[in-house]
Design a protein around this ligand. Structure first.
Ligand code: ATP
Ligand code: MG
Ligand code: MG
Length: 315
C-alpha cells in the first residue's frame, strides 16, 4: 500500500489575474478563480491516483472549514483518512496566476502546530494499518511551530514499522529526515541549498553539492533535486542523470514538484529503470505546469511529453 501524509494541508485560493500581476495597481480577480486542494501530500495522492496507483491520503485537518477541503478532494476520488482537530481552522493559501508566463506567486498561512497528543491520536487511529514495506510519503512540512520532537515521534513509529519512507519536506524537517533511511527524497535546489547551507545555481552545481555532502545524504536510496523548468538531477548510488523537461507554456508551476514525486513513486512501484523513473517524473512535472490548478494534471499530456524529455548521464 502507498500512504501520503500531509501534516499541514490547506485550502488553496487560485486567483486568476488578467494581464500581468503589478504592484501599485488594482489587480482584478477573474471569474475563473476558484478553490483547490492545498498541501503537498494531497497533491501526491491525486497524482498517484491519476497514474493508476491506489493510495491512502492521510492528513491532520483543522475542524473549521474541513468540509470545504473534503469536498474539494472528493472530486479526485482518492481514499482518505483524516484526523480533525477541534478548535482549529484549516489553513488558507492564496495562489496568484497571471498571464506573464513567469509562473505563479503564492502567499501561505502558517497553519496550526501539532501537539504530541494529536500526533499520537493520528498515528493510532489513521496510520494503524501501516506495515513493513508500505511506501509512506511525507510531503510538506508540519507548521513551523510543531516541535521537532513530535515530528520525530511520527518518524520513529514509521521506521519501527519498517516502511519505505519518502521525504518531500524542507528546512529543519529535511535535516531531521536525512538521519533516517529514505527510499526517496525530492528537495528543490533552494530547499537542498538551505539545508546544506550552500548556494545552488545550476543542475551541474547540484551534482557538485551532492558529491561534497555525500556523507549527509547517504541514507537516501533515490535522490532528486529539482530546479523548475530547468529540470532535475536524479541520483542512485553511483549513477547520476540530469533530466530536461520539454518547454511548455507555464500556467501554474506550484505543485509540479508534488506531481514529480507521484511520478517517481509510480515508476519505482512499476519497477522502471533510473532513466525511466526520471523521464516519467519529468513529464508529469511539466504536465502539471500546464494546468492552472495546483492539483492534478492531464494524463494524455504526460504520454505526449514523455517522448520529449531529454536526459544525460553524469560522472
Ligand atoms: P512544488 O513544491 O511547488 O510542487 P518544487 O519547487 O518542489 O514544486 P519544481 O522544481 O518546481 O518542484 O518542479 C519539479 C519538476 O517538474 C522539475 O524538475 C521539472 O522537471 C518539472 N517542471 C517544473 N516546472 C516546470 C515548467 N515550468 N516547465 C516544464 N517542467 C517543469
Ligand atoms: Mg519550484
Ligand atoms: Mg516541492
Amino acid at each position: 500500500m502507498i500512504y501520503t501524509i500531509t501534516l499541514n494541508p490547506a485550502i488553496d485560493h487560485i486567483l486568476n489575474i488578467k494581464g500581468k500581476l503589478t504592484r501599485g495597481k488594482t489587480n482584478r480577480i477573474q471569474k475563473s478563480s476558484c478553490l483547490d486542494v492545498g498541501g503537498k501530500g494531497t497533491h501526491v495522492s491525486v497524482g498517484l491516483k491519476l497514474l493508476g496507483h491506489e493510495n491512502l491520503c492521510s492528513a491532520i485537518l483543522g475542524e473549521k472549514d474541513s468540509e470545504i477541503f473534503e469536498e474539494l478532494l472528493n472530486q479526485y476520488q482518492v481514499e482518505t483518512s483524516f484526523l480533525k482537530v477541534e478548535g482549529q481552522t484549516m489553513r488558507h493559501n492564496y495562489v496568484f496566476v497571471d498571464e506573464s508566463n513567469k509562473g505563479s506567486l503564492m502567499a501561505a498561512e502558517y497553519g496550526f502546530p501539532i501537539k504530541r497528543e494529536v500526533m499520537k491520536n493520528f498515528i493510532n487511529s489513521h496510520l494503524k494499518e501501516i506495515k513493513a514495506d508500505d511506501i509512506v510519503i511525507i510531503s510538506g512540512n508540519p507548521s513551523k511551530d510543531t516541535p521537532m520532537e513530535v515530528f520525530e515521534y511520527l518518524l520513529g513509529v514509521l521506521v519501527e514499522r519498517k516502511v519505505r519512507l519518502v521525504a518531500d519536506v524542507s528546512g529543519e524537517f529535511l535535516k531531521t529526515m536525512l538521519r533516517y533511511p529514505l527510499l526517496f527524497a525530492k528537495p528543490n535546489s533552494h530547499e537542498l541549498g538551505e539545508t546544506l547551507a550552500c548556494r545552488i545555481n545550476s543542475l551541474e552545481e547540484c551534482y557538485q553539492v551532492y558529491l561534497e555532502h555525500q556523507p549527509l545524504l547517504k541514507n537516501i536510496e533515490y535522490l532528486a533535486v529539482s530546479m523548475g523548468a530547468e529540470g532535475s538531477i536524479f541520483l542512485k548510488n553511483e549513477s547520476a542523470y540530469i533530466f530536461y523537461p520539454p518547454k511548455v507554456k507555464t500556467i501554474n508551476d506550484t505543485g509540479s514538484g508534488d506531481a514529480y514525486v507521484a511520478g517517481v513513486v509510480a515508476a519505482i512501484v512499476n519497477g522502471k529503470s533510473l532513466s525511466g523513473i526520471g523521464r516519467l517524473a519529468t513529464a508529469v512535472g511539466a504536465s502539471k505546469a500546464l494546468e492552472s490548478l495546483s492539483t492534478g494534471f492531464n494524463v494524455d499530456k504526460v504520454d505526449e511529453l514523455l517522448e520529449q524529455v531529454r536526459y544525460r548521464k553524469l560522472g
